[in-house]
Design a protein. Structure first.
Length: 134
């Protein structure tokens, strides 16, 4: 695969996530929090001369463990938030049914019987009649 095509695919793959990051304040805050916690853990463990010393310090220090857990939790929240899709299908469905209901209620042929049926169903004084026959 040519490098230009790889870069194009990378851009197309990451564009929705970058747009989401630009628009979603909660996602940005989750990422900031997680990265801040990770930076604090890294700066605390970065002074250790060896990986073994850093691991032992992490095991012994409950404050560092809490920071690391906070970083992981923040990244999980950010990942969950990034994966959420903003679905507009529900609002489209309600709009569609609203338009159908409006057409049925405002139609000169079907409107008066439907309005009468609705008023009898909503009225507390009259008995509810569920017989939809003519």
């Amino acid at each position: 695969m040519p490098p230009v095509q790889r870069v194009t695919e990378l851009v197309e793959t990451t564009r929705p996530l970058v747009n989401r990051l630009a628009e979603d304040d909660e996602l940005r805050e989750n990422l900031r929090s997680a990265l801040g916690s990770a930076q604090r853990v890294y700066s605390s463990l970065g002074s250790e001369p060896s990986r073994k010393g850093a691991a032992l310090r992490l095991l012994a220090d409950p404050e560092l463990q809490g920071e690391l857990q906070g970083a992981v939790a923040g990244l999980r929240l950010a990942g969950d938030r990034a994966r959420q899709t903003r679905s507009r299908s529900r609002s489209k469905k309600y709009f569609f049914f609203g338009v159908i209901a409006a057409v049925l209620f405002l139609n000169p042929t079907t409107g008066p019987p439907l309005r009468k049926r609705l008023s009898s169903l909503l009225s507390r004084d009259s008995a509810v009649d569920l017989d939809f026959g003519a």
